[in-house]
Design a protein around this ligand. Structure first.
Ligand code: SF4
Length: 482
């Protein structure tokens, strides 16, 4: 008998369970065939408060809906879009204890639910004092600035990100591409691609043909699950015909949010054709997905992942985002990693720190917290399946959280360096010696650090007021002259 050692994390193999969708009033009569049908899932996505009420009936209180509506009006950077599969993983009630009772109890459980916290944010979730960091930006990673052609970000020396389309089957509240992806919200008017999709795709392929130092293409969006399959297959066929391309990664959260798409027979057949061609050419075609909590890994997700690998997908890797209230504990992260690795054959790969986009402060963790989590998850998973927690540093790219050069714990400012030039710095001699900055959320700082940021903000506000006053006075003088 092995000795019972008390470990900080207790591992046990767990069976996945599909939450029973008929527990929700609006889906009482939905059959399994309907549930597994991608068209049924797409046509029953929840896009607004009225549709959410239709599904949830009287489970949620009116206060919850008011909280949600206020968030949509004053904070949301992404519009609401929840496939039934995703909504069904909130308050799954699969622990044998049954559902919390309708009204206050269910609403409390719904508010506390990790998947709800990032897929359906409400106003009361947000940081009251600093809803946005003063340095937050719409395109915080400056991907747009690094476009080689429209939608093709060339940031690293040998790899590119191809944003084929600006939509997804589900919208995540913390989306880092909130600048471009999804419908406009009252807070954010989305950037629109100027060129037609086919022209953009052609320009991307032309650039890749002309740039043989690029060997790896992340085919993304948005989410490639929203591209008609024949269009995606045509793009991939063209990509596979370029000799210099050795790795192709399809980026899709839909494997988690709408697995019915990837499990559809026509898509599995198409994947089989693509991977057969890739094998002949010695190219690896992988899928990168995005799960943030173990509750999202259900039997349908696991079955679909295995079907994709049976169809020839080389590997499926998970890139989650570290989010407060969702997966900010050792248990949350390891439970998710083991559900992925043990049950779905999906390799835990990265957890990104949440980017400095507007209204994301309540989700973001400090670098110190991220470093602590990285330390705490080491040693439990196989090395190849131990995810790295990374900070996507503006103008740099992914850096492992322990690669920081300097870190001022009082102001929460961390300094980073890089070892390659992006497209923006082709002839910038200082690019590799410069320090690049990331900022912790202000609410995690000591009082002195918070006071420092208040002073910075007050100074910036006075400066802006002085600039406005000077402009008004100049305008008045000009008006007198005229
Ligand atoms: S699936 Fe990805 S691109 Fe789409 S909203 Fe979520 S984070 Fe953004």
């Amino acid at each position: 008998m092995s000795p019972a050692i008390d470990q900080p994390y207790r591992y046990s193999q767990r069976d996945l369970v599909e939450p029973d969708w008929t527990r929700l009033p609006g889906w009482r009569a939905v059959t399994e065939d309907q549930w597994l049908d991608v068209q049924w899932q797409r046509s029953h996505c929840v896009k607004n408060v009225r549709q959410l009420r239709e599904v949830m009936g009287d489970l949620l209180t009116d206060d919850f809906y008011a909280d949600l509506e206020r968030d949509q009006a004053e904070r949301a950077t992404m519009s609401m879009l929840l496939p039934p599969q995703m909504l069904n993983t909130m308050v799954p009630a699969t622990d044998g204890e049954g559902m919390p009772s309708a009204g206050r109890d269910f609403t409390r459980a719904f508010l506390d639910d990790p998947v709800r916290r990032y897929m359906l944010p409400v106003f009361s979730d947000r940081d009251v004092e600093w809803p946005s960091h003063p340095k937050a930006q719409r395109d915080s990673l400056h991907e747009h600035d690094m476009w080689a052609v429209e939608g093709l970000t060339h940031r690293y020396p040998t790899k590119v990100l191809a944003e084929l389309l600006p939509t997804c089957p589900q919208y995540c509240g913390h989306c880092t591409r909130m600048d471009l992806v999804g419908n406009s919200t009252p807070q954010v008017t989305k950037l629109k691609f100027a060129a037609k999709p086919t022209d953009r795709h052609t320009a991307m392929l032309d650039y890749l043909r002309a740039t043989p130092t690029i060997r790896d293409v992340v085919v993304s969006g948005g989410d490639v699950a929203n591209l008609p399959w024949k269009n995606l297959e045509a793009f991939l066929d063209n990509l596979l015909a370029i000799d210099s391309i050795r790795d192709i990664r399809l980026a899709t959260k839909a494997l988690i949010g709408l697995p019915q798409h990837w499990g559809a027979p026509d898509v599995i057949e198409g994947i089989g054709r693509i991977t057969a061609t890739a094998r002949k050419r010695g190219v690896h075609v992988a899928i990168h997905t995005h799960a943030n909590h173990a509750n999202s890994i259900t039997p349908v997700v696991a079955r679909t992942a295995h079907a994709l690998m049976d169809a020839g997908i080389f590997n499926i890797r998970n890139q989650g985002v570290l989010l407060r209230g969702v997966n900010d504990t050792t248990e949350d992260l390891l439970d998710l990693c083991f559900a992925l690795q043990d049950n779905a054959g999906i390799t835990p790969y990265y957890f990104y720190m949440c980017d400095m986009i507007p209204f994301s402060e309540h989700w973001r963790l400090s670098l110190a917290e991220a470093q602590h989590l990285q330390h705490s998850i080491m040693g439990y998973l196989p090395g190849f399946a131990t995810p790295r927690i990374v900070c996507d540093v503006p103008f740099v790219g992914k850096r492992w959280v322990h690669q920081v050069e300097e870190y001022d714990r009082e102001t929460g400012i961390s300094y980073w360096r890089k070892n390659y030039r992006t497209l923006l710095e082709a002839s910038d001699v200082d690019a590799l010696s410069r320090e690049y900055v990331y900022n912790d959320p202000i609410s995690t700082l000591p009082e002195s650090g918070q006071a420092w940021w208040h002073a910075q903000s007050d100074a910036a506000a006075s400066h802006a007021a002085a600039v406005d006053a000077a402009a008004a006075s100049r305008a008045a003088s000009v008006a007198q002259l005229v």
